[in-house]
Design a protein around this ligand. Structure first.
Ligand SMILES: C[S@@+](CC[C@H](N)C(=O)[O-])C[C@H]1O[C@@H](n2cnc3c(N)ncnc32)[C@H](O)[C@@H]1O
Length: 534
């Protein structure tokens, strides 16, 4: 597979591992409601994504990001040339002296690479990531995504008609943007979109339908890997209904014709249905399934598809997706002049409809005016869902006064039921002396410990006193009560579960002898020296 190289790449490919783990601090006065699971985080998303990992690794169903397009337009409220002082400082630190020679494309790639790696780790196995951008970086991002997510995880490159007039000063006026979509694995089932019946372009006495070929047209599948879906279907060439469709029969007869699935090159492919489902459909006659004969004598089998949904397409030209709609909505909230180029809410709702279920978690780590959070609340109101969002915004002038303020105003104006917690990135977990930061509380530390031990997220409901969770017959305990009170001693033995499981116990000191540790299957890990750096 060809890969992309740029100045500074070497310095950033593993940078996600070097980012210090920071704690998150809730800011009650900037939040709405109590203990909402929606989060708005103020901070650089590199650190914020890392901070989210112990809580959300592998749990995010849909990521939508709209990073700087790298157009060179300096006038935006955030700096689109990737020249923002914070990012510049970061590049200088990570890439070193080479950073002075970076072109704007190198810088953008350096900025995106470690962030995309963290986003991939946060994504659920059945999740998908959608990234808005335009011609400036679409080619580069495609290479980057192929490298980080895998070429075979490419889902689509959607074209969105973003404006109707385009740039009249250009020879060819640009009117579109892209949304690049990748999945985490093959284990994903996207939702179809409701059409209100428009897709059903044929009619019989039972209503409208769409004739959908029964042969599986996906070139990935065929007789070789779906042998159960390769079988003969029998057509009765004498039985034709009023619409000239031929009937199928359950078993071979003297006159029946056997049809097998072949792809366009004549190779054996497979059907979409197994035999049992087909037999059920045959019982309903041509109301559900029928055959046609082409002019060159080939037999084809069709399902009468009556569902009012269609697969999403790669060309999105609806008026509600025109960029201006984003600004119009911000104006309704009296924030129209504060943020340029917000995305249209319906564009993000469309993505949510395709990827999410009613209880999915959605992440946007380039939050801007907070359209993603607003879209989540709006869709929940429309379909009774309970989706949750996490948004991250770096700019001081944006996070509280635009991102959070927009969602706050939207909640009030449109009567959304949910709220959000506003968080700041706090101190690193390990202070400069390598000790655990004093403000770190038991739950934060337990979440971190459990994640570094198991690579899975803690279940707070299972935590009890010092017990923080168990996985694969290993129990994990944390003694972290306060300064100088964190000893593993005889009193702790009474708190252990009476099981034969191995018990990993984190504490400052161990006052038990080796025989006792062995007797109870305890493995002592000393804080902070044996706390893994993530
Ligand atoms: C194109 S805007 C997103 C607009 C957003 N989709 C909307 O509808 O309003 C990109 C946003 O990402 C923010 N941003 C850029 N780099 C960031 C970073 N490293 N961490 C967090 N936010 C960042 C910018 O400040 C800007 O607000």
């Amino acid at each position: 597979m060809p890969s992309l190289n740029w100045i500074g790449k070497e310095a950033v490919v593993n940078h996600d591992k070097e980012v210090p783990f920071k704690l998150l601090k809730k800011v009650k006065t900037a939040s709405v409601g109590e203990n909402s699971e929606n989060l708005i985080i103020h901070g650089d998303n590199l650190e914020a994504l890392k901070a989210l990992m112990p809580h959300y690794a592998g749990r995010v169903k849909c990521i939508y990001i709209d990073p700087p397009y790298n157009t060179g337009n300096e006038a935006w409220v955030y700096n689109d040339k990737v020249n923002s002082p914070k990012i510049k400082q970061w590049l200088g630190k990570v890439v070193g002296r080479e950073a002075e020679d970076l072109t704007r494309h190198d810088k953008w790639l350096c900025m995106m690479y470690p962030r995309l790696k963290l986003l991939r780790d946060l994504l659920a196995e059945d999740g998908a990531i959608f990234i808005s951008l335009d011609d400036n970086e679409v080619a580069a991002l495609r290479f980057l995504m192929d490298e980080i997510f895998g070429e075979n995880k490419f889902l689509a490159q959607i074209i969105v008609e973003a404006n109707r007039r385009g740039q009249t000063y250009k020879q060819i006026s640009k009117t579109h943007e892209y949304i690049l979509c990748y999945t985490k694995s093959d284990d994903i089932q996207l939702n179809e979109l409701s059409t209100g019946g428009e897709n059903l372009n044929q009619k019989d006495e039972f209503g409208n339908y769409f004739a959908r070929e029964l042969r599986n047209r996906n070139p990935k599948f065929g007789r070789h890997n779906r042998p159960n879906l390769f079988y003969e279907i029998f057509v009765d060439p004498k039985q034709v209904d009023g619409d000239s469709n031929y009937k199928l029969v359950l078993n071979k007869t003297k006159d029946s014709i056997a049809v097998i699935p072949k792809n366009s090159t004549g190779k054996d492919s497979c059907w979409r249905w197994g035999r049992a489902k087909l037999n059920e459909a045959i019982a309903f006659g041509t109301r559900s399934i029928f055959a046609t004969k082409t002019r060159n004598g080939e037999w084809r089998i069709f399902e009468k598809y009556r569902k009012e949904t269609v697969k999403p397409k790669t060309l999105w030209t609806e008026t509600e997706f025109i960029s201006e709609q984003g600004t119009n909505l911000l104006r309704e909230l009296d924030l129209g002049e504060k943020f340029q180029f917000p995305k249209p809410i319906k564009l993000i709702e469309r993505i949510l409809q395709i990827v999410t279920n009613k209880d999915s978690l959605i992440l946007d780590s380039f939050a801007g005016s907070g359209t993603t959070g607003h879209a989540v609340l709006d869709l929940n109101k429309e379909d009774g869902g309970n989706r949750k969002f996490i948004m991250v915004e770096m700019e001081d002038a944006v996070a509280k006064d635009i991102t959070a303020e927009r969602v706050k105003r939207a909640i009030k104006k449109y009567g959304y039921k949910d709220g959000f917690e506003y968080c700041e990135l706090d101190k690193p977990l390990f202070n400069e002396r390598g000790k655990i930061e004093e403000t770190c509380d038991f739950k934060q530390f337990a979440t971190y410990i459990y994640f570094t031990e198991t690579q899975t997220n803690i279940d707070p409901k299972k935590m009890a006193a010092n017990f923080i969770g168990e996985l694969h017959d290993i129990e994990y305990y944390l003694i972290f009560n306060g300064k100088d009170e964190n000893d593993l001693d005889a009193s702790f033995i009474k708190k252990l579960k009476p099981t034969k499981n191995k018990k990993v116990v984190y504490a400052d000191r161990c006052l038990l002898d080796d025989d006792t540790l062995n007797k109870y299957g305890i493995v002592f890990k000393q804080i902070p020296y044996e706390v893994k750096v993530y």
